[in-house]
Structure formats: structure tokens, C-alpha cells
Design a protein around this ligand. Structure first.
Ligand SMILES: NC(=O)c1ccc[n+]([C@@H]2O[C@H](COP(=O)([O-])OP(=O)(O)OC[C@H]3O[C@@H](n4cnc5c(N)ncnc54)[C@H](O)[C@@H]3O)[C@@H](O)[C@H]2O)c1
Length: 125
């Protein structure tokens, strides 16, 4: 019973954190899907931590530059300047995140579980 109460309290705190925009969002993979999504959360007022092994993408974001066609550098620069979008190659921020959104490549060739080696390979690095 105490276990259930703890879970309910956690769910309520999490809900409140999303309502107040204090929840921390992590986005794994800052490509064509991940960057616009990370930007949308940052523009909505959340603190967003992007994780991508591609250092060039992390550095571009830190400079406030977009590398995705329909995302302007001005939008990226604004949320980076306001401290609401961060990008890094190390996945350690995932431990502090309230939500983790995975936007990594999922090749459709055999076997169908290829997403997992991609994730685990990076976490060991
Ligand atoms: N682009 C689309 O229009 C579209 C539409 C529907 C679904 N999807 C799906 O969304 C996912 C992402 O697609 P995309 O177009 O953004 O791909 P993308 O190649 O543009 O971006 C993927 C990003 O993930 C990064 N990455 C690779 N391994 C990682 C890891 N272990 N941790 C963190 N980041 C990692 C890559 O460096 C890259 O920046 C795929 O599964 C794709 O099938 C894409």
C-alpha cells in the first residue's frame, strides 16, 4: 500500500512539473525529428537536454545554429541563449530527466530490434 502511495505521489509531482514547465526533458537523437521536437519543448518553456553522439550537431546547437532545413537558426539561438536547450554527446543527463524521448535511427532491415544495439552501444561509450 505504501508503495502505491509513493507511486501516486510521484505521478502527481510529475504531472505538476509538466504543468509548471519545470519538468526536464531529454531528447536522444537531434536529427530531423529530434531537433524540431527539442525546440518545440524549449519554446514551450521546458528545459531540454539533447543527447547526440554527433559532436558537430552538438556544437552547432551550442553556437545557436540549425542544420535542419525547416528550423531557423534564430529559433535555436533564442532558446540556447535563454538556457532552455542544451546539447551534448554524453547520455548522463538521462538520469536527471523527467521524460526521455528517443529519436534515434531505426533501420527497418532485419533484425527488427536494431534500435537497442544503437542505444546500448552509445551508453557504453
Ligand atoms: N525524418 C522523418 O520524416 C521521420 C518520419 C517518421 C519517423 N521517423 C523516425 O524517427 C527517427 C529519427 O529519424 P530522423 O529523421 O530524425 O533521423 P536522423 O538521422 O536525422 O537523426 C537521428 C539522430 O540520432 C543520432 N543518434 C544515433 N545514435 C544515437 C544514440 N545512441 N543516442 C543519441 N543519438 C543518437 C544521430 O547522430 C542523428 O543525429 C527514426 O527512427 C525514423 O525512422 C523519421
Amino acid at each position: 500500500m505504501a508503495h502505491l502511495t509513493t507511486e501516486v505521489n510521484y505521478a502527481q509531482r510529475l504531472h505538476q512539473a509538466f504543468e509548471e514547465r519545470s519538468a526536464r526533458i531529454a531528447v536522444m537523437g537531434l536529427g530531423y525529428v529530434g531537433l524540431p521536437l527539442a525546440l518545440a519543448f524549449a519554446e514551450a518553456g521546458f528545459s531540454v537536454y539533447g543527447v547526440d553522439p554527433d559532436l558537430a550537431k552538438c556544437r552547432a546547437i551550442a553556437r545557436g545554429e540549425s542544420y535542419v532545413g525547416d528550423v531557423s537558426s534564430e529559433r535555436v539561438a533564442e532558446v540556447v541563449r535563454e538556457g532552455r536547450l542544451h546539447a551534448q554527446p554524453a547520455p548522463d543527463v538521462l538520469a536527471q530527466a523527467d521524460a526521455v524521448i528517443i529519436c534515434v535511427p531505426t533501420p527497418l532491415s532485419k533484425p527488427k530490434t536494431q534500435i537497442f544495439p544503437i542505444l546500448f552501444r552509445r551508453q557504453k561509450a
